[in-house]
Write a protein that binds this ligand. Structure first.
Ligand code: ZN
Length: 119
């Protein structure tokens, strides 16, 4: 989805304070770090820490889901090993659960960069 904003927002490189609308150069009102919009000094485009944190949480969610799928499959195989008469059913069921969780992991991965809240 392309952004409708024409002006690229600027953020303090140190604390992530939104410097949009302030003078070309000066000091961050939040932490006092000097910035110069003409050179890009002290300016970070796009991504404040809030967004970065959210992105990281989503990455962790994906990894947890993916490893859970693997874990379910390992448990299913171990249980099947100890219960040979039902081995196939257990592996099948475990595979089904693992598949569902894995689908969740893939969905999580696909939407990692989607729907980040507006700054
Ligand atoms: Zn700052």
């Amino acid at each position: 989805m392309p952004s409708v904003d024409i002006e690229q927002p600027d953020f303090c490189v140190k604390c992530g304070y939104d410097l949009t609308g302030l003078a070309e150069r000066g000091r961050c009102p939040e932490c006092g770090r000097p910035f110069d919009r003409t050179t890009g000094e002290g300016i970070r485009g796009a991504e404040p820490p809030k967004i970065r944190g959210l992105r990281m949480i989503r990455r962790v969610r994906t990894l947890v889901l993916a490893s859970s799928a693997g874990g379910v499959m390992v448990v299913a195989v171990v249980v099947a090993w100890r219960w040979p008469s039902h081995a196939w059913g257990i592996v099948e069921f475990g595979g089904f659960i693992a598949g569902m969780v894995l689908l969740g992991a893939v969905t999580s991965f696909v939407y990692e960069k989607d729907n980040l809240p507006p700054v």
